[in-house]
Design a binder for this molecule. Sequence first.
Ligand SMILES: NC(=O)c1ccc[n+]([C@@H]2O[C@H](COP(=O)([O-])OP(=O)(O)OC[C@H]3O[C@@H](n4cnc5c(N)ncnc54)[C@H](OP(=O)(O)O)[C@@H]3O)[C@@H](O)[C@H]2O)c1
Length: 251
Amino acid sequence: MNINFNGRIALVTGAGKGIGRCIALKLSKLGAKVFPISRTEADLDSLKVEDSSIETRCLDIGNWNDTRKVIKDIGQVDLLVNNAGISKMKYVLEATEEFIDEHFDVNFKAALNISQIVAKGIISRKGSGAIVNISSITGMLAAPGFPVYCTTKAAMDMLTKSMALEFGPLKIRVNSCNPGGVLTPMSEQVLVSQEQKDAFTGRIPMGRFIEQDEVANTVAFLLSDYASMINGALVPVDGGNMIHISPNPVQ
Ligand SMILES: NC(=O)c1ccc[n+]([C@@H]2O[C@H](COP(=O)([O-])OP(=O)(O)OC[C@H]3O[C@@H](n4cnc5c(N)ncnc54)[C@H](OP(=O)(O)O)[C@@H]3O)[C@@H](O)[C@H]2O)c1
């Protein structure tokens, strides 16, 4: 398989660190002109050092109006990856309105906001495009201490299906990529000790964490013409984490 995004313009949110950064670099390597978005300037500066062909935008996508302005200013976008996400711990009995809003603003509302502008652009150009939402296996499996995060991911999965239904006839495919555990600044905050890491990978039949590159490869495939009839799918990249109820299949 030889994926080639030459002539295509891609936007990746949350591309300063972790999975989003890996996706942005991958899409650029495959020929796309990439616009990574993130909210820490230093991360974007180092990204430009790594790949001088990309053009960054520093933005907090949790701000609805600022986001609309920046995305409209970028202009044409053919490929969109809604990757930015936040994940903080609070049980249902502790969750405040502010905490819930913060998660939904970034993990759900921003994805809808940006997708809306990108899709309108593609439709008005009579072009074609693809969107991948970076969801999580926690859109389908509840994680103790993270009910709000999990619920934003379940909402994102339904947004994927709803957009796939509405946008399919307009030549825009929409899919979710649902990773399991990937070591990034986000997950390293939760999985601190080796014991915690071993307990996590013990649930994965493949017996290890998912590499960032393995998520990026799946995203590239879903954005490419090789996935031309995949629309509205929730694609796990989890080494089989979700397929079983055994406590530790690797033992
Ligand atoms: N890591 C995992 O195990 C895992 C598993 C399943 C799904 N996911 C999903 O994969 C995605 C990426 O996760 P990750 O682990 O790579 O996270 P990460 O290491 O925390 O990186 C997230 C990136 O998104 C940026 N970001 C966060 N909020 C933003 C906002 N409001 N506006 C603009 N940029 C923002 C962050 O910028 P700052 O650092 O400057 O805030 C950072 O560059 C998330 O949607 C996450 O839910 C992760």
